[in-house]
Design a protein around this ligand. Structure first.
Ligand SMILES: [Zn+2]
Length: 199
C-alpha cells in the first residue's frame, strides 16, 4: 500500500485533516484509458493508481447488471475545489477538505441502460424523489470492492477506500443500511483505527 496516500486519507469532516493547497496525489492515471468501458466527459478524469482496480471491478459488475456509469469527476485540484466551493458553497466541500483531492474518489453523475436494440435510457444518480434505481444498486455492489458511499445526501459520490486500506471491505459490508446511511466520520475513524493493518 501507499503510505503517503494512507497518511492523507482522512480528509474533512469532524476529525479529518485539511490537505495543503499544493497536495497532489503521487500517481494519477487517466481513468478513461485505464477503465475504458465507462462513459466520461470531454475533460480528463484522473485517478490514483491504487484505485484503478477496484473501480474496474465495480464498473464491470455494474455493466453485468445492465448499467454503464457516466463518471464525471475523479481527482480535483485544490484550485478547482476552491472554485466549486465558491460557486456551490452548500454542495462542494471547502478547499483542502474534499476526498476528490486525494484522487481516490469518483462521482457517477448518471447511468446508461442499454437494451437489446442498442437504445440507451439515462438515469440521473438522483431525482427529486430520491436515488434512482441504478444508484441504489451501485451502492449495494460497491461495498464488496472496498468502495464507500459515505454521504447519503451526495448520490454521485463514491470513495475508493480500498485504495488506502485493502481490508476496508469488511467494515463496509458490515454497515446495516449502506444505501441510506451517512458514515463519513465513522469511516475516517475506522481507517484511523486499522491504519497498521492497512499498510
Ligand atoms: Zn464527489
Amino acid at each position: 500500500m501507499n503510505e503517503e496516500l494512507l497518511n492523507n486519507a482522512i480528509v474533512g469532516g469532524e476529525s479529518g485533516i485539511t490537505l495543503d493547497s499544493n497536495y497532489v496525489p503521487p500517481n494519477l492515471i487517466d481513468l478513461k484509458e485505464a477503465v475504458p468501458n465507462a462513459y466520461y466527459p470531454y475533460y480528463d478524469v484522473e485517478i490514483q493508481q491504487e484505485a484503478i482496480q477496484p473501480i474496474q471491478d465495480f464498473v464491470n459488475d455494474l455493466i453485468q447488471h445492465g448499467y454503464v456509469p457516466y463518471i464525471t469527476y475523479g481527482y480535483r485540484s485544490y484550485e478547482l475545489q476552491e472554485q466549486l466551493h465558491h460557486d456551490l458553497p452548500n454542495d462542494a466541500a471547502s478547499p483542502g477538505a474534499s476526498q476528490h483531492q486525494l484522487g481516490i474518489t469518483i462521482d457517477i453523475h448518471s447511468y446508461a441502460k442499454i437494451d437489446d436494440n442498442g437504445n440507451i435510457t439515462w438515469y440521473d444518480a438522483s431525482t427529486d424523489y430520491g436515488y434512482s434505481e441504478p444508484t441504489i444498486l451501485a451502492i449495494q455492489l460497491a461495498a464488496k470492492y472496498g468502495i464507500a458511499h459515505p454521504m447519503a445526501w451526495d448520490a454521485p459520490h463514491f470513495f475508493v477506500a480500498a485504495a488506502v486500506c485493502p481490508t476496508i471491505d469488511i467494515y463496509l459490508q458490515s454497515i446495516e443500511d449502506p444505501v441510506y446511511s451517512t458514515y463519513y466520520n465513522e469511516l475516517n475513524a475506522v481507517i484511523a483505527q486499522i491504519q497498521q493493518e492497512c499498510l
